[in-house]
Write a protein that binds this ligand. Structure first.
Ligand code: ATP
Ligand code: MG
Length: 335
């Protein structure tokens, strides 16, 4: 069943733009916070190099992809020389080292899906997770950051969407809703699909950056400063895009057959990916292809119950954007 309901955007949509921009501004971390994160990174690097001179520490996730709101946790990835180190061993050793240096709440979660050490730095108040050899995450962080450099509206839209998802309780992967990473990919895809397009498809262009990670070739055009003409054609405001984003996920997306794919800059079919049936726990009820690990559906955490929650939230948001006199308040009301 293809479920489509075309709506025309409310006529006073641009009246809302300043309010959305103000919300985005209030969410952007202060320079001071960035400096503190850097300070913590330097401290941790020093401790790590002492034990593993050839290891390197990378910032990834929202602190490095430019989609981080203020007071986000810091995601770090420790890259060891050998690819197949015993992660549990390294994490336990690392936890020891951190604890002896007075970092607080140090905890090694060696059995988690992505094993990590957690810690809190008492001098800056910043919490942080360190994982091991998760190089793909470092590379997809870089891709997201490069998309954000092309057009400021991506960052603005993603801030609004992430803020909405957190306020409405639909940014909880352990409850079957979507990760922040998935929401940012949804925003990128949405802007690639606008006509005229607001974002190009960087992986569809001549590769100027290319690495192989875990046997996966990751390549894309990263000289985005050369793409300034993309900015000029489409003049939609952030308010229009927020409206369009929720309208798309509420009424226009074909949940039965479609996979959104930032890698190709288009929609592809579930059949093509063989994502038509439930396999194990992967149900593919909303399909978001990872740009590099293309067998990976970021929607696979979504189950029969949470797909309803998600779709009801998209519809609620779309209705608010269409009819509510004050969407900038109503959209983010706690659930
Ligand atoms: P937040 O501001 O909510 O912390 P975040 O950008 O740090 O947002 P997360 O969803 O916590 O987003 O993910 C952190 C990083 O981990 C992402 O930027 C991405 O690089 C990587 N990541 C997260 N989930 C996946 C996944 N399912 N597959 C591949 N990489 C992922
Ligand atoms: Mg994070």
């Amino acid at each position: 069943r293809v479920y489509k309901r075309q709506m025309r955007c409310r006529s006073d949509i641009d009246r809302l733009d300043d309010a959305f921009i103000a919300i985005v501004k209030s969410l952007i971390p202060a320079e001071e916070e960035k400096a503190k994160q850097q300070q913590l990174l330097t401290l941790l690097e020093k401790l790590i190099i002492k034990e593993w001179p050839k290891a390197r520490l990378y910032l990834y996730g929202s602190c490095a992809n430019s989609f981080g709101v203020s007071k986000s946790d810091v995601d770090l990835c420790l890259v060891m020389e050998e690819a197949d180190v015993n992660k549990a061993e390294v994490l336990l050793k690392l936890a020891d080292i951190l604890q002896s240096d007075n970092l607080q709440n140090v905890q090694a979660l060696t059995r988690a899906r992505v094993p990590i050490v957690k810690l809190m730095d008492p001098s800056t108040g910043i919490s942080c997770d360190i994982c091991i050899n998760n190089v793909l995450a470092v590379v997809n962080t870089r891709l997201l950051r490069d998309y954000a450099r092309i057009d400021v509206r991506l960052r603005q839209l993603a801030f609004i969407v992430k803020h909405w998802a957190k306020s409405r309780g639909v940014n909880e992967t352990y409850q079957g809703t979507l990760s922040s990473y998935a929401y940012v990919l949804m925003c990128i895809h949405f802007l690639q699909q606008r006509r005229p397009a607001i974002l190009p498809c960087l992986q569809g262009m001549e590769a100027t950056y290319s690495v192989t990670v875990d046997n996966i070739g990751c390549a894309y055009f990263d000289q985005v400063e050369k793409l300034s003409d993309f900015r000029s054609h489409n003049k939609e405001t952030v308010a229009q895009l927020v409206w369009g984003f929720f309208n798309y996920w509420a009424y226009c997306h074909d949940y039965t057959d479609s996979v959104i794919s930032v890698r190709t800059g288009s929609i592809i079919s579930k059949r093509e990916k063989d994502w038509t049936r439930r396999i194990g726990n992967d149900r593919h009820l909303i399909c978001i292809e990872d740009p590099f690990e293309i067998s990976h559906d970021l929607g696979r955490v979504v189950d029969k119950h949470s797909i309803r929650v998600l779709r009801e939230e998209f519809e609620r948001a779309a209705e608010i954007m269409q009819y509510d006199p004050n969407p900038c308040v109503k959209l983010f009301e706690p659930y």
